[in-house]
Structures are given as C-alpha cells and as structure tokens.
Write a new protein. Structure first.
Length: 93
C-alpha cells in the first residue's frame, strides 16, 4: 500500500491513522519531500482523474483518496471499513 500525501493534509492523516489502527502496512510518500512532487501529483491526477490527496494505491491499483474516488467503490477508509482493502491484500496483513 502506498499513500501519496502532503504533510499538512488532514485527510492524509485520517488514512494513515486508520491504517495504523488496523495494522495495515503502508509506505507514505509526501509530495513535498520529492524533488518532482508536483509533477508526480499532476501525473497521478491525469491518469486517475482525481486531484485531491491522499492518492492511495494497493498492489499498484489506484483506490482513490480518503473517502472517495472517480468510481463509487473507491476511498481508502471506505475500503478499510467494508473489508475491501483486506480482500485486495489477500488478508495478508
């Protein structure tokens, strides 16, 4: 699981706190810590039709932001609460 974030983003914190509480292992990548962070953010927005942060990926698949995404099933916390995230990870947490 990879979470692209900004340090001051409250929705990013909600996602990482939710993952921490459930024991989900993830890597957080802060756009501000990247030399080309804005370019990476623009590329993610262009490819996945979502500009907000965080941008969460599970096994290379874009699953949306904190609570939403371009498709109705998307949203990291939504997937966490409905079991979809564990299913995507194959219950290997």
């Amino acid at each position: 699981v990879i979470v692209f974030s900004y340090g001051g983003c409250p929705y990013c914190r909600k996602v990482t706190r939710g993952f921490d509480a459930e024991g989900i292992k993830y890597r957080e990548v802060d756009y501000d810590d990247m030399d080309d962070g804005e370019a990476v953010r623009r590329e993610i927005a262009a490819r996945h039709k979502q500009r907000s942060v965080p941008a969460v990926f599970v096994k290379g698949k874009f699953v949306g932001g904190c609570n939403d995404g371009p498709e109705s099933w998307m949203g990291a916390l939504k997937l966490l609460s409905n079991g979809g995230l564990r299913e995507m990870l194959g219950s290997k947490l």
